[in-house]
Design a protein around this ligand. Structure first.
Ligand code: SAM
Length: 353
């Protein structure tokens, strides 16, 4: 039976499991763990994509600075506040401001926006603005930001270096920055993509063991989706070679296994059912994520005219639906699963040790 303290080789064995009977056992334990530790509430976060500009050159991502095909936008402070008001008005407890790594979003400007959201609304503020300096993280925490999402993408140093060129040689990696965020008192959110070309089962099992070791508050995991406008998606960048049978597939079952194992090793963390999973299975990806360990969803509250432009990968699920329509459908969708929309800000509630 999969257990919270299972050693890394057992995690890897579960990633390789394909017997339907065994997988049913994995889904059952993950769902029971979720119910025991975080209950039936599903916390809804309004996701506001505040800028499409990015200085990075990540080989997997459509937002990368080198992608000349994308029209770029940046929301005004007023547009961001509108998004926050909309989120609060729909009864959701958190606004997540996400962007490319955009230094036109200055430390001071962002701090003012955070203060204004905290003044006007009861929302928790989550940021996902990339690998910013320590001083920016500190100023935004001081201004009232509660949480920060920064997936480390892979804990394998060679694969990370291959897909994620640094801005400056020797800069701190995402795992080090997550430790800064923890030090500053943020609820810290990490995560990885599943099925990155060159990612082996052993690497992915290490990622999951690291979620446990780092005691992350939030963990976002989703399948890698090739973007033809990025070097890895158009095969301009060759994958690191792996022995036969070692490449992790970027499919729905693998994504569900990672959600389930993550829930089991980090039982009280907040885990979203991600948009990437809902993108590769539009009919039931969101539901599967919630049934196999997830307890958070992040509907898009970005003004509709900008959504089409925020193309991290093609075919992104749910970008046409208005936030109001999502809110209307959500209660019914969750009720059918015996779940309900979470009350309040939905921060991490630590299980007693
Ligand atoms: N700039 C911020 C950052 O890098 O953390 C936030 C935006 S970034 C686009 C958010 C996440 O999208 C990344 O951490 C990565 O895991 C995911 N992502 C990017 N390209 C992807 C792809 N092709 N398939 C699946 N997920 C992808």
């Amino acid at each position: 039976m999969p257990a919270p303290d299972m050693p890394r080789p057992d995690i890897e064995a579960w990633l390789r499991a394909d017997d339907p009977e065994r997988l049913r056992e994995l889904w059952r334990v993950a769902d029971e763990t979720r119910r025991d530790y975080v209950g039936d509430e599903v916390h809804v976060r309004g996701l506001l994509a505040i800028s499409h500009h990015c200085v990075r050159s990540c080989a997997y991502c459509g937002l990368r600075g080198g992608n000349a095909k994308l029209p770029r936008y940046r929301l005004s402070a007023e547009e961001i506040l509108e998004g926050a008001r909309l989120t609060a008005g729909l009864g959701w407890g958190t606004v997540v401001m996400q962007a490319g790594e955009d230094y036109a979003i200055t430390r001071e400007w962002m701090a003012d926006v955070i203060r204004e959201i905290r003044r006007e609304t009861p929302l928790a503020v989550t940021l996902s603005l990339g690998e910013r300096p320590y001083e920016d993280f500190a100023a935004w925490r001081e201004a009232g930001a509660d949480r920060y999402l920064l997936r480390f993408e892979t804990s394998d140093p060679e694969l990370y270096a291959h897909i994620h060129p640094p801005l400056k040689p020797g800069e701190p990696n995402r795992i080090e920055r997550l430790r800064w965020l923890q030090e500053l008192g943020y609820e810290a959110g990490g995560g990885v993509m599943i099925g990155i070309p060159g990612q082996s089962y052993t690497m992915l099992a290490r990622d999951i063991a690291l979620f446990r070791e780092m005691d992350l508050d939030m963990i976002g995991v989703g399948p890698y989706i090739p973007n033809p406008d990025a070097p890895m998606g158009c095969a301009e960048l060759e994958a690191l070679e792996l022995p036969p049978g070692e490449q992790v597939p970027a499919d729905e079952t693998m994504a569900c296994k990672v959600v389930a194992l993550t829930r089991i090793v980090r039982p009280d963390a907040n885990l979203p059912s991600t948009t990437a999973l809902a993108t590769i299975n539009k009919a039931s990806g969101r539901q599967l994520g919630l049934e196999r360990g997830g307890n958070v969803i992040m509907p898009n509250v970005t003004p509709p005219k900008y959504r089409e432009m925020y193309r991290i990968y093609p075919g992104k699920s749910g970008y046409r639906e208005t936030a109001e329509a999502t809110a209307g459908n959500l209660r019914e969708f969750l009720a059918k699963m015996g779940r309900r929309v979470g009350e309040g800000q939905g921060g991490r509630k630590r299980a007693p040790r």
